[in-house]
Design a protein around this ligand. Sequence first.
Ligand code: UGA
Length: 445
Amino acid sequence: MAIIAYKCPDCQVTVVDINPERIDAWNSNELPVYEPGLDKIVKKTRGKNLFFAKDIEKQIKENDIIFVSVNTPTKTFGTGAGMAADLQYWEKTARQILENSQSSKIVIEKSTLPVKTALAMEKILNSAKGKIRFDVLSNPEFLAEGTAVEDLENPDRVLIGSHETRSGLKARQELLDIYSKWVPKEKIITSNIWSAELSKLVANAFLAQRVSSINSISALCEKTDADISEVAKAVGMDSRVGSKFLQAGIGFGGSCFKKDILNLVYLCSYYGLQEVADYWESVVKINEYQQDRFIANILCSMFNTLAGKKICILGVAFKANTGDTRESPAIYITRKLLAEHAEVIISDPKALKNAAADLAGMKGSVKYVEDPYRAASGCHALTILTDWDLYRKLDFRKIYKSMVKPAFLFDGRNIIDHKKCFALGFNVYPIGKPALSHFQTENNS
Ligand code: UGA
């Protein structure tokens, strides 16, 4: 919404939320999310044509276009628990729009939703047969965290799903006019509503599938002395495959991939397509396997006991350039390390607050130390779990000196110079590459 306000000075954009503290934070100098470049855009537009407000009902009344971006977590109860999307907030919003509208509106589905959700929205909105018309569009969002501003300014595509009726096409044109203020026309594509909804789930499923594919091969590399970086490079240079999203690591995290795939799995099962459901579910299973493999490797390399050992975690965000820890592999790995009675010291430039909230109430010793050198000092092992650039540039000589010997280094993101760290004295365990160990007798297979 900040980018729309920034690119379309003629539009007035108001963001509302049921959480008043969140709105206060958006109105303050410290925005509630860390996203490179966003604060600048918000500062330029806030109070001019971008507003953050608490009076949801009044804003529904006053605005012509409503983007619905409420959360759609995985259902934790009843039919489809653990898989299907929980649509209660979505439905409440539809009813709230209906109750408070006094003029016709375009309602845009922005949250990622199962196919045919817009239909339910439409049914609710058009249940009161009156003069007010509601046109529902699907306009899924493809931005990634950490690069949101860049992705929004130069999107690969903007997708607008609508009905092909006269009023559906008119509503589609209104949204198209907004995006075409800065997005080239050929990058704005249109489809029917269901295709737009499904495309979003499938785009995330394909991206996650690439990560699971490369991670599954990293396990094979570790058994065969092949090197996953070399394999990924050779495979990715085929222009039909492409080089992006082939970075092996500890698995994907974030609020979307797992949730969206499980949603897709649920939809396929619902329509009786069990083979298709199983195929996509295996993407999530490989992701869990990769994280379990990483922990098993730590345990096995450190003589099968972690009790009382200090393990430093460098990076707890689910990826670089964000403070978000939702579904972060680092949180899962921390829980497992605590279960082994290890003492965990977590470092991260942006995500410590979220990590502390995620791990609140966990039994065991967890400390949060922002400075990576202080965090690593006195530890038995160092694990790199987020691909923050700053970890590539650390002085590993200084870190090695401050650690308990033998010092272990588990690079869960393959971002540092393994040979150099080995030469400094570390026992180095990358992903999908042979371990570099100073223990003569160790069988790295
Ligand atoms: C993802 C999609 O990339 C966006 O297009 C989509 O709009 C968004 O979900 C969403 O549905 O909201 P995001 O979750 O922010 O974006 O982050 P990604 O860059 O896709 O990374 C996801 C996870 O995969 C991260 O944990 C990342 O470290 C991991 N990853 C990514 C790898 O392990 N290897 C790779 O090669 C790429």
